[in-house]
Design a protein around this ligand. Structure first.
Ligand SMILES: *[C@@H]1O[C@H](CO)[C@@H](O)[C@H](O)[C@H]1NC(C)=O
Length: 489
């Protein structure tokens, strides 16, 4: 019955499309989401890159989910502006799950499998009833499945489990069994909760009475694979874990990959909860290896990253990546005996108007008695190149007060910003200022003209940075040069 109405609705709005993704317009939207017990809608813009990479996965997922009568739709926000603003869409793509018209954020991945798994979980009750008949099938129905085995009279355990399941229905698949035959098949003494998973040891048991906390700890500890592959899809999970992340860099095509990774599992197990371990495709993510100060193409390689502290600890690449070397290195790391690696160029002779700052002398040059302005740049960055002549002029302007004000540039592709700086550089150019005595870096957000820089420095510098020279005349001269440039842009 339900499927029939659903398909009738789909046919009406999707008549022209061969795809299983329904194109929704404002007029069809309310009926479509209102009539569906469960639906997924993407709000997109045709020019959005992430939307384009999602598209093939979204199409595939739609075709698979069609069999479960879960409709998948999309709304072009460049056309349906009113609808998208009414839905509070302020970025693309925005995905929302609708239950009988009521929206909730979609928090699954943007890959076919992830979308299918997420929506299937949404379509089931938070906790499914498990009996001897469906026990085997249910155990293997997802990557991680939690089943509680309880006596029929034990409503306390059942309620605790159901409440937990309601909160975590997006994360895991939950089943509850009071069937003696299923309990016997699981070989547990109720009450017990068993996690069935498609990786590592395959099964973990939590015996005895449960609480919301013990369930949470149990699920968190065992649901992350001991040594999984990391990719942009699951990176956030590790970044948010709040503990250091150890990477084995190995090409995914290396015939010995599985063997190399397997050999490190005991090390990962020993440090479980203190350091997360992953392996990563060294070829595809060579840039990430480089950012951890590993040189290609010496694979396999090993490095630990503290995402919170922005520090990195590469294992000396002349050492083989094997159990013993990695075990010793990680033990030293955990004991605080390994110094973070900071990439730095050699400090050059300073013969330019702008101080060429390198990581090794960062703390010394940016000491607290001076006002400091630093441009973090990349040699290939176009905006940085445009800024260069203006920045040089700024350096010249203050060249006779160098003991009070440092105008510096920092090649962030060849130097690591030391963790003492307390910020991360994510775009170029990034311009930061620290007033003498303040100890605090602030971002320079003004426009990149000489006047704006001068105005900013004069207002914000602690030291007296005005030299007795006839600077105004000089400044006026340079301003003309600058505005000439501006016309060319
Ligand atoms: C001084 O610095 C602050 C940021 O700390 C900035 O908002 C302000 O615009 C600066 N003053 C001038 C005149 O540029």
């Amino acid at each position: 019955m339900r499927a029939t109405t659903l398909f009738a609705g789909l046919a009406a709005v999707a008549a022209v499309s061969a795809s299983d993704v329904v194109d929704l317009t404002k007029s069809a939207f309310d009926d479509f989401v209102g009539d569906s017990p469960l639906a997924l809608v993407e709000f997109f813009a045709p020019w959005c890159g992430h939307c384009k990479s999602l598209a093939p996965h979204y199409e595939e997922a739609a075709t698979i989910l069609k069999k479960d009568n879960i409709p998948i739709a999309k709304v072009d926000c460049t056309v349906e502006t009113e609808l998208c603003s009414a839905q509070g869409v302020n970025g693309y793509p925005t995905l929302k799950v609708f239950r009988n018209g009521v929206p909730a954020d979609y928090s699954g991945t943007r890959k076919t499998d992830g979308i299918v798994s997420y929506m299937k979980k949404q379509s089931l009750p938070a906790v499914s009833d498990v009996t001897a008949e469906n026990h085997d099938e249910f155990k293997g129905a997802d990557k991680v499945v939690l089943i509680a085995y309880v006596d029929a009279s034990d409503s306390k355990t059942a309620d605790t489990f159901k409440e937990f399941a309601n909160q975590h229905r997006d994360d895991y698949l939950f089943g509850l069994s009071t069937d003696a035959a299923a309990i016997a098949a699981a070989n547990v003494k109720p009450p017990a909760v068993v996690m069935y998973k498609t990786f590592d040891e395959g099964r973990n048991d939590l015996e005895g009475a449960v609480s919301a906390e013990s369930l949470y700890e149990f699920a968190k500890e065992h649901s992350v694979p001991l040594l999984d592959e990391i990719s942009p899809d699951n990176f956030a999970t590790y970044a948010e874990a709040g503990i250091p992340l150890a990477y084995v860099f190995v090409p995914s095509t290396d015939p010995k990959r599985a063997e190399i990774v397997k050999a490190l599992e005991p090390v990962a197990r020993e440090h479980k909860g203190k350091v997360n371990f992953v392996w990563i495709d060294a070829v595809k993510f060579a840039d990430h290896a480089k950012s951890l100060n590993l040189q290609e193409p010496t694979w396999p390689a090993f490095a630990i990253q503290s995402i919170q502290e922005m520090t990195k600890f590469p294992l000396d690449q002349s050492k083989e990546v094997n159990h013993d070397n990695v075990a010793a290195f990680v033990a030293d790391f955990v004991a605080g005996k390994v110094k973070p690696s900071v990439k730095s160029q050699k400090a050059p002779v300073q013969d330019q108007p702008v101080h060429v700052l390198v990581a090794d002398e960062f703390d010394e040059v940016t000491s607290d008695d001076k006002d400091v302005l630093v441009e973090f740049y990349a040699p290939w960055c176009g905006h940085c190149k445009k800024l260069a002549p203006i920045y040089d002029t700024l350096g010249e302007r203050y060249s006779n007060v160098k003991d009070k004000l440092v105008i510096a540039k920092f090649d962030a592709t060849e130097n690591d910003v030391p963790s003492s700086a307390g910020f991360r550089v994510t775009g170029f150019p990034t311009i930061k200022f620290k007033a003498a005595g303040s100890g605090e870096w602030v971002s320079y957000e003004g426009d990149r003209s000489l006047e704006s820089f001068v105005e900013f420095l004069e207002a914000n510098a602690t030291n007296d940075i005005n030299s007795p020279d006839d600077l105004d005349a000089e400044l006026e001269g340079e301003t003309e040069v600058k505005s000439g440039r501006h016309d060319e842009l």
